[in-house]
Design a protein around this ligand. Structure first.
Ligand code: DP6
Length: 328
């Protein structure tokens, strides 16, 4: 099934919609998964093998402004600079917008302002595609529900379906082949004391993108077979931890889940490793801090940098003065 079929299911005939003659703007936060999404059951529709659970960062995200292009092509600007037409990002935006043109020669002007630290392994595609889905909804006055918007954002990037909401968000894997039951929903619990500290160990380009890495893992990793079970278990524990505001349980579950995800990659062939020597050193610093009684844990995505989890900001800063603290 093609992405365009899903768009048709959600929106019907696109030519029914009139684009706004004014620019519209939408914001979406980026999110950090505490139980990860790793592996797809359908690559075209970004349908995941398992459910996942994330927390959105309040003030780190993307603000996207959409208007009609003044020239006969799309124009993409990121943080004031034109997006190079040869970049992967440009191609992904182009493919995504192709799904929503009311007629063939309709072109968009897209201005994205991102507060996500560049090259730090924070999910910029997640907030990027979520903000785009929200902006498109305003631009064409679709008036879609958050659930439908979550599915539209997923077509751009899987983790984007979680960035439609602030706070804790669960993405239900769903079972349907068309993915109409694969969307994210917020949990009703707030936990404003929870902090994420970004620990940058390298800002070098990653050697392999997460899309390719997760596919290789599914196809070749023996350990991947146990991943769905691990996720199912961690989701139950994590939701309990969030409900009871049990920080140690949350930290332990998130750290263990991230390590297990990376273990599935290490056992793929050719092996996928996002670990740099500095990543391992950083992990040891976290473990040492914990041994000294500081409640701090880490999670890691498809990059070498760590995201530290803690509730006591001052104490965490004393141990890790270099981190940028972000509010969940
Ligand atoms: C490690 O959502 O970027 O950050 O669906 O191919 O766009 P695509 O992948 P993407 O993968 C994110 C993977 C992760 C874990 C997570 O965010 O759950």
């Amino acid at each position: 099934m093609k992405k365009s079929h899903i768009v048709e299911k959600l929106l019907g005939d696109l030519s029914r919609y009139t684009p706004s003659n004014k620019a519209v703007t939408a914001y979406a936060p980026t999110n950090i998964a505490l139980v990860k999404y790793w592996g797809k059951r359908n690559q075209e529709l970004n349908l995941p093998m398992t459910s996942s659970l994330s927390v959105s960062l309040t003030d780190k995200g993307a603000t996207t402004t959409l208007s009609v292009s003044a020239i006969a092509q799309d124009v993409f600007v990121l943080n004031g600079k034109p997006v190079p037409t040869t970049s992967v990002f440009y191609q992904r935006l182009l493919c995504y917008l192709d799904l929503f043109r009311p007629f063939k020669t309709f072109y968009f002007n897209v201005d994205i302002v991102s507060t996500v630290p560049i090259a730090a392994g924070l999910a910029s595609s997640a907030c990027g595609f979520a903000a785009m889905a929200l902006a498109l909804d305003k631009f064409f006055s679709w008036q879609l529900s958050s659930q439908q918007l979550s599915m539209l954002a997923r077509l751009g990037s899987g983790s984007a379906c979680r960035s439609i909401w602030p706070g804790f968000v669960e993405w239900h894997a769903g079972e349907r082949e068309d993915g109409m039951d694969s969307y994210a929903e917020p949990l009703s619990v707030q936990w404003p004391e929870l902090c994420i500290g970004l620990m940058i160990v390298s800002d070098k380009e990653k050697t392999i993108g997460s899309r390719e890495a997760m596919q290789r893992t599914i196809e070749t990793s023996e350990l991947y077979k146990s991943w769905p079970q691990k996720v199912a278990h961690d989701l139950v524990i994590l939701k309990k931890a969030i409900q009871e505001k049990d920080f140690d349980l949350l930290g332990k579950t998130a750290e263990s889940n991230a390590l297990a995800m990376h273990a599935t990659m290490l056992s793929a062939w050719p092996p996928v490793s996002y670990y740099l020597p500095e990543t391992i050193s950083a992990m040891h610093r976290v473990w040492q801090a914990r041994a000294e009684g500081v409640p701090v844990y880490f999670t890691q995505d498809a990059g070498p940098n760590l995201k530290l989890l803690f509730v006591d900001k001052d104490r965490a800063r004393r141990y890790f003065p270099e981190i940028a603290v972000m509010q969940a």
